[in-house]
Design a protein around this ligand. Structure first.
Ligand SMILES: Nc1nc2c(ncn2[C@@H]2O[C@H](COP(=O)(O)OP(=O)(O)OP(=O)(O)O)[C@@H](O)[C@H]2O)c(=O)[nH]1
Ligand SMILES: [Mg+2]
Length: 264
């Protein structure tokens, strides 16, 4: 069994991905990589998420203090069966790990072996350039009280992954850069985005996980607004709304692909 942790700081796009995934597993297209084998009976939480996704409603922040356990019994193209366990956990819980505070992750199953890391909001100016600016700002003589939010997002992600590696025996990592619809014109491949926006995070990932795959994910299919409502409804019915961009830069309407990367 592959037990997969979906990790990411607040607002990383974790729940939206799970919402779209739950819908797509229920309404599969012909050439989808993973599909449901046995339907789960406990569907309250999943239904709530995928209903909001269907209605193009931005999801509420996941509530801290709990692990929303979601198990999918799935099948790949070779008809091998897997139980995929992917909890929806609030980003604040991952932030608590960085601060070495109590986190519900302290009680998450120790046999988790795959990490699906969600990233959003990487600064467009990376940290090495940022430090140069800081030198000129230091003349202001401002010494704000330290908080984890003052740390650059990419460094927060590195600290979070290090904490997770210390806790779990993770041997596979796949990265999902979310809201790819907002980045697709700027970068040819998801790895290009990471290299340009955070060379430090890219090197960290490649050092610990040389085989890590990097996907772009658009779970919503676009930024919600009145102008695209009809287009998104239309593409939902054609199974062409949520999409990924593969490590090679190909667009595929199959958001199960990042999960399938754990099986091969
Ligand atoms: N444009 C665009 N925005 C997205 C996409 N997926 C998620 N978002 C936005 O990203 C924000 C965060 O999404 P969530 O899925 O709630 O993030 P989360 O990681 O679950 O956040 P927490 O529950 O706080 O940990 C929301 O404002 C979403 O509308 C996408 O595919 N495209
Ligand atoms: Mg959430």
């Amino acid at each position: 069994m592959n037990k997969c942790l979906i990790a990411g700081l607040p607002d990383a796009g974790k729940s939206t991905y799970i919402a779209a995934l739950a819908y797509i597993l229920e309404h599969p297209s012909d050439d989808q990589a993973l599909r449901i084998n046995v339907r789960s009976t406990d569907r309250g939480y999943i239904n709530k998420l995928s209903e909001a996704w269907l209605n193009q409603e931005t999801l509420e922040r996941t509530v801290q203090g709990g692990i929303n356990r979601i198990n999918f019994s799935i099948q790949d193209k070779d008809s091998s069966n897997f139980i995929l366990s992917i909890p929806d956990i609030a980003g604040e819980e991952f932030k608590s790990l960085i601060q070495k505070r109590y986190s519900v992750l302290d009680n998450w199953d120790s046999d988790c072996n795959c990490l699906l890391l969600f990233i959003n909001n990487l600064p467009s100016v990376h940290i090495l350039q940022e430090q140069m600016d800081e030198i000129s700002e230091s003349s202001d003589n401002l010494f704000p009280e330290f908080s984890v939010d003052l740390i650059s997002v990419d460094i927060q992600i590195i600290l979070m992954v290090k904490a997770l590696l210390g806790k779990f025996n993770i041997n596979k990592l796949t990265i999902c850069i979310s809201a790819w619809d907002e980045l697709s014109e700027e970068f040819a491949t998801p790895a290009d985005c990471l290299i340009q926006r955070s060379p430090i995070l890219y090197n960290f990932v490649k050092h610990y996980f040389p085989k890590a795959k990097i996907f772009g994910v658009s779970a919503q299919g676009g930024k919600y607004n009145d102008n695209i409502v009809d287009d998104l409804y239309d593409s939902t019915t054609k199974n062409q709304r949520a999409y990924v961009v593969t490590p090679k830069g190909e667009t595929k309407y199959d958001i199960t692909l990042p999960l399938e990367s754990f099986f091969n």
